[in-house]
Design a protein around this ligand. Structure first.
Ligand SMILES: *[C@@H]1O[C@H](CO)[C@@H](O)[C@H](O)[C@H]1NC(C)=O
Ligand SMILES: *[C@@H]1O[C@H](CO)[C@@H](O)[C@H](O)[C@H]1NC(C)=O
Ligand SMILES: *[C@@H]1O[C@H](CO)[C@@H](O)[C@H](O)[C@H]1NC(C)=O
Ligand SMILES: *[C@@H]1O[C@H](CO)[C@@H](O)[C@H](O)[C@H]1NC(C)=O
Ligand SMILES: *[C@@H]1O[C@H](CO)[C@@H](O)[C@H](O)[C@H]1NC(C)=O
Ligand SMILES: *[C@@H]1O[C@H](CO)[C@@H](O)[C@H](O)[C@H]1NC(C)=O
Ligand SMILES: *[C@@H]1O[C@H](CO)[C@@H](O)[C@H](O)[C@H]1NC(C)=O
Length: 335
């Protein structure tokens, strides 16, 4: 618990560094919304596309002890046997336009997909974050991105390749909804490490670190590992999104050595069933390829992003970069 808290100071330091670099991207043919859109203080909405609100439900199942490690010949204690562990957080799903081919030639996906979660509320997260890196650790969010999404200033990486390959099913004739499947072959599974509370062998509740894995990790002590996959169905009113991955997990900072908890493998699913946030979405057109008619910032629609304020978006903090670094720190747990 204490160790986790210390690790979480690091991204705050990095964020503070990133605050120095401001360079608003105003290329009209890019996937960003026009800069005249004002009044929305969230940093989640800079791209043309559709946004959905709901909760992300995380489930861990099929828990087994890992036996490849010399220090870990432990059996699963009774309280970890046959359990399915579920928790949820408020979440925003962003299905957005990709950057133009010139800007990001290696992104062969038809759309960008991101899932942002917050451990409490998004406004609180945003203001705490802006307020000097004082974000409480329970507000550190899980973020999924199909590709690294750069916010204005972050060196827009033209070399970026997708973390997940996405395919939109061919138009079945009636346009909506769109059906998308995806998978990732990356050895370095692009899903973030995450933390959760679950029973340990010594306590009814303890702090765990969870690391998604893929086939290419070559963890041969775990049977039948497959690559992470995702499914997505969406139209202009709702979206259903899910991710499946194998994971390894350890307790963090468990002090009682006598009733040691083994490291485990299992399955993780992340599910989201959300409604459109119409006030923050552009008009989704029917038929493949997926396109939007930009409405945020156009015509009489003046609501939305406030590029001029001290918004985190303007600061150009790249949340994924922060998490990659945090992930690298957490990763030592899983080696
Ligand atoms: C878990 O399931 C196995 C197989 O069904 C069973 O043998 C075992 O007793 C169960 N453990 C607990 C703690 O219920
Ligand atoms: C979210 O946090 C903000 C800022 O702390 C607060 O003003 C607002 O009431 C909170 N909303 C909810 C639903 O708790
Ligand atoms: C996507 O597909 C290409 C071509 O098959 C492959 O080279 C690449 O590794 C894949 N990317 C991921 C993230 O699986
Ligand atoms: C998680 O468990 C720790 C004890 O390890 C406890 O202090 C904390 O309050 C728990 N958090 C939640 C959200 O239940
Ligand atoms: C969607 O979520 C955002 C962020 O929490 C909130 O500001 C907005 O009012 C929500 N919109 C709808 C339609 O629920
Ligand atoms: C905002 O900017 C866009 C693109 O520059 C322009 O087409 C649109 O009319 C502007 N909207 C408003 C409300 O000024
Ligand atoms: C904005 O324009 C659309 C048509 O272009 C119209 O239907 C709608 O009522 C207008 N909204 C406002 C708030 O004026």
């Amino acid at each position: 618990m204490r160790r986790a808290a210390t690790l979480l100071q690091l991204p705050l330091f990095l964020a503070a560094q990133a605050l120095g670099k401001v360079d608003i991207n105003d290329k009209p043919d890019d996937n960003y919304r026009p800069q005249n859109v004002t009044g929305l203080d969230y940093f989640y909405y800079p791209w043309i596309g559709s946004y959905y609100n709901s909760s992300a439900i995380f489930t861990i199942s099929d828990i087994k002890p890992r036996h490849d490690r010399s220090d870990s010949e432990l059996e699963l204690c009774g309280q970890l046997q046959n359990i399915t562990y579920t928790w949820s957080h408020p979440a925003i799903l962003a299905i957005t336009e990709t950057r133009s081919e010139d800007e990001q030639p290696k992104n062969t996906n038809p759309i960008d997909v991101s899932l942002f979660t917050s451990y409490s509320n998004f406004t609180k997260y945003f203001s705490d974050y802006m307020d000097s890196g004082n974000m409480p650790e329970w507000d550190m969010p899980f973020v999924f991105e199909s590709i690294e999404i750069s916010r204005y200033s972050y060196p827009a990486s033209t070399d970026a390749e997708p973390y997940f390959n996405l395919t939109v099913a061919e138009d079945t004739g009636n346009g909506l909804p769109f059906r998308v499947t995806g998978s990732s072959e990356l050895a370095d599974n692009p899903l973030e490490n995450l933390q959760m509370n679950m029973s340990t062998c010594s306590r009814s509740e303890g702090w765990w670190g969870v690391g998604p894995i893929s086939l290419a990790n070559g963890l041969d002590d775990i049977d039948s590992v497959t690559n992470p996959t995702l499914q997505l169905t969406f139209d202009d009113t709702s979206a259903s999104f899910s991710i499946q991955s194998w994971i390894v997990a350890n307790t963090l900072g468990e002090e009682d050595e006598e009733t040691e908890t083994p490291s485990i493998s299992g399955r993780l699913t992340i599910e989201f069933l959300g409604r459109i946030d119409a006030a923050r979405s552009d008009v989704l057109n029917e038929g493949t390829p997926v396109t939007w008619t930009p409405s945020m910032g156009f015509g009489n629609n003046s609501l939305s992003l406030d590029y001029g304020s001290g918004a985190l978006a303007t600061a150009g903090v790249n949340i994924r970069q922060i998490w990659i670094t945090l992930g690298a720190v957490l990763a030592y747990i899983f080696i």
